[in-house]
Ligand binder design. Structure first.
Ligand code: NCD
Length: 309
């Protein structure tokens, strides 16, 4: 049975991930056919932390399926502000909705939430931990750009310590064959040991680490850029020192493969120069579009809704 709680990508099997991609591709081809799929269903979007793409794409996804949305987009407009516990908020909201999508600043909050709710729950980002629906967008973008998710050298660049989208994508890619991992970050922002020691080693997967993009860009098939996660830093000075450590420019890209695919979960701050947007290898805005279709596929699947072929 498809999971009732999507907390991290490996709550899904490879087959389930592939089914979601196939459904998203069908929806993209014929959106009209799906425009009533979720009629009568309500999604509650509980965003305790800021978001543009994830919240709006879930909202658009539900509306495009003929469903409705309720919710809030910041902490200050919820009763959390008055001191209500997360468990109580969820017990209330499940009476009003068929599925809950939650973003929260605390790592582990999504798992905690799943123990306090009966309706399906989707983690839309829990602190610096995981962000499985961004991974769905990432996987579909890799598939659309490369034809299949296999035998690729994937470079992750930037804040690998706090970047939850990196953690989720690293985990998901372990399900696919022949993926090679390259981690590019300053010492302070390296991928947490857990992902190297448990997630990768457990699957007998090797990785390389660099602190300069120039030293490895020529080998990469995919470059996954990320911003330095300002909100997760304990002190401002460290953030200021590290925030412009990597800036992807046209000049650096001269060394890269012709068919490199550049991804970024967005928002971008400084880490990709805007001139790169014109490069055909830049896929990050298309990636945001694929995210909406994957969220449509996910909502339908978790709500148990089907549309006949
Ligand atoms: C990411 C996030 O919220 O973790 N954004 C997103 O959902 N597309 C990446 C980020 O904020 O840097």
């Amino acid at each position: 049975m498809f999971t009732n709680y999507l907390i991290q990508p490996t709550d899904l099997t490879k087959e389930e991930l592939n089914d979601l991609m196939s459904l998203a591709e069908k929806i993209m081809k014929d959106p009209v056919k799906y425009q009533k799929a979720c009629e009568g269903k309500i999604a509650a979007l509980l965003f305790f932390e800021p978001s543009t793409r994830t919240r709006l794409s879930f909202e658009a996804a539900m509306l495009r399926l003929g469903g409705e949305v309720i919710g809030f987009s910041d902490l200050s407009s919820s009763s959390r502000k008055k001191g209500e516990s997360l468990a109580d908020t969820l017990r209330t909201v499940e009476n009003y909705s068929d599925i809950v999508v939650m973003r929260h600043p605390k790592s582990g909050s999504a798992l905690h939430a799943s123990k306090n709710i009966e309706v399906p729950l989707i983690n839309a980002g829990d602190g610096g931990n995981q962000h499985p629906t961004q991974t769905l967008a990432d996987l579909l973008t890799i598939k659309e750009s490369k034809g299949e998710i296999a035998n690729l050298k994937v470079g992750f660049c930037g804040d690998l310590m706090f970047g939850r989208t990196v953690h989720s994508l690293v985990e998901a890619l372990t399900l696919y064959d022949g993926v090679e991992y390259v981690f590019i970050s300053p010492e302070e922002l390296k991928l947490p040991e857990y992902f190297k020691e448990v997630v990768l080693k457990k699957n007998d997967l090797d990785y390389e680490e660099y602190d300069r993009l120039e030293d490895c860009i020529d080998e990469l098939d995919i470059l996954y850029m990320t911003r330095v996660q300002k909100e997760r830093f304990f002190n401002e000075e460290d953030y200021i020192r590290l925030k412009d450590y990597f800036i992807l420019t046209d000049e650096i890209l001269e060394e890269a493969k012709e068919d490199l695919v550049i991804l970024h979960p967005l928002p971008r701050v400084n880490e990709i120069d805007v001139s790169v947007d014109e490069d055909p290898r830049a896929w990050y805005f298309r990636q945001a579009k694929f995210g909406m279709y994957m969220r449509m596929a996910l909502l339908m699947t978790m709500l148990g809704v089907t549309v006949d072929d």
